[in-house]
Design a protein around this ligand. Structure first.
Ligand SMILES: N[C@@H](CCC(=O)N[C@@H](CS)C(=O)NCC(=O)O)C(=O)O
Length: 218
């Protein structure tokens, strides 16, 4: 399988799921400005919407939309329990979280990072704040649905990791900070972060692309 991605973007969520499941995946980095891959491929032929992630299966089929991709991946290794069985209320609960993260956090949080949305910034920031305040009281602990890490935790971790760049203040939400630390400590998550060249941002709980000099010095 090939995962079209950009370091630290929402494509990190399916990447984490692959690492957690021990699924072999080839990472193909997409340039966001040109929509070209490092190999010169036109990514718009893979995903006409131009955004990552896209997963290309061994038979060439293309799957897009992060929440759908993570569910497909989890179902390849159901014994790992990253997504409860079909038909269970527990599975619907994880899907409910995926939808919440996608609609209520992912998109508005991205808008907070884009200059084009600056005129709407105050309204969007207020919405995100309201959703995060609610979320902080919902985490069953240590993960979203309790003791078990699921695909929704991978997705939430990635969105919260954008906080230093979109102005979201996690410091006043200790439950979300604890969640970040818990997820970051997982070996599968560490492996995905390292493979994307993401390292701790100073002494914070967030992960950022390493400066080019640090990568070159290796
Ligand atoms: N609905 C899509 C949204 C994906 C998305 O917003 N991807 C961002 C990175 S987090 C992206 O590639 N943006 C660049 C662009 O839109 O061209 C999904 O959930 O997979």
């Amino acid at each position: 399988m090939k995962l079209y991605m950009h370091p630290g973007a929402c494509s990190l969520s399916p990447h984490i799921v692959c690492r957690e499941l021990g699924l072999p995946v080839e990472l193909v980095e997409v340039d966001r400005a040109t929509h070209r891959t490092q190999g010169g491929e036109d990514y718009l032929h893979i995903n006409g919407n131009g955004y990552v992630p896209a997963l290309v299966l061994a038979d060439g089929q293309v799957l897009t939309e992060g929440p759908a991709i993570v569910q497909y991946l989890a179902d390849l290794r159901p014994e790992a329990g990253l997504l409860p069985p079909t038909g269970s209320v527990e599975r619907s609960r994880v899907q409910s979280w995926l939808n919440f993260i996608s609609a209520e956090l992912h998109k508005p949080m991205v808008m907070l990072m884009l200059p084009a949305y600056a005129p709407a910034r105050a309204v969007v920031a207020a919405l995100v704040d309201k959703r995060l305040d609610w979320l902080a009281g919902q985490i069953a602990g240590p993960y979203l649905t309790g003791d078990r890490f699921t695909v929704a935790d991978a997705y939430l971790f990635v969105c919260l990791n954008w906080s230093p760049w979109n102005g979201v203040d996690l410091a006043r939400r200790p439950a979300l900070q604890a969640f970040m630390a818990q997820v970051a400590a997982r070996p599968g998550v560490q492996a995905a972060l390292a493979a994307e060249g993401l390292a701790p941002l100073g002494d914070s709980i967030f992960f950022a692309p390493r400066p080019a000099e640090a990568v070159a010095a290796q």
